[in-house]
Write a protein that binds this ligand. Structure first.
Ligand code: SF4
Length: 149
């Protein structure tokens, strides 16, 4: 698994400071994709478990959640990293373009965003979006947290 960037984000998971890993190799190729550089599997840097642990250690006490933008196309590798994040005390979130993901991955997630990018329906901050942001344990849809008054 490779990543194009790692950044601290405040809006993608409501109420959390998230370490966001943008994973390359996205197979969905949505029309109007905002990040086509994520399509090529060989782009970016290898996300080794050592590097992952180092990043989590670096932000311990500041960040509260580990967010993966993609990576579900390498489910075993993703599961392994999510387990590490949970053991380290982080909440976990996956932004997936799929409608659903395997149960064994869901078990490692606090939150999940599902649904491909549709340039007409737009993202979570739009009331008519096709995308869903869900709290996994309760199955609650939390899209309302993204809508600005
Ligand atoms: S899922 Fe995201 S990164 Fe992948 S093609 Fe669609 S918009 Fe781009």
């Amino acid at each position: 698994m490779r990543f194009a960037q790692i950044e601290i984000v405040l809006q993608e998971v409501p109420g959390e400071v998230s370490i966001c890993f943008s994973i390359t190799g996205c197979p969905l190729h949505c029309d109007g994709c905002h990040s086509p550089y994520l399509w090529k599997k060989t782009n970016g840097e290898l996300l080794t478990t050592t590097l992952f642990r180092d990043i989590l250690l670096q932000y311990k006490g500041f960040a509260t959640c580990v967010l993966f933008m993609g990576g579900e196309w390498e489910p075993q590798q993703l599961e392994k990293l999510l387990k590490i994040a949970k053991i380290d005390g982080y909440k976990t979130c996956l932004y997936s373009g799929y409608e659903s993901i395997p149960q064994f991955l869901k078990q490692q997630l606090t939150y999940i965003k599902t649904g491909a990018w549709n340039k007409n329906l737009k993202g979570l901050d739009h009331p008519n979006t096709n995308q869903k942001f869900t709290e996994v344990a309760t199955g609650k849809n939390l899209n309302h947290l993204f809508i600005r008054p």
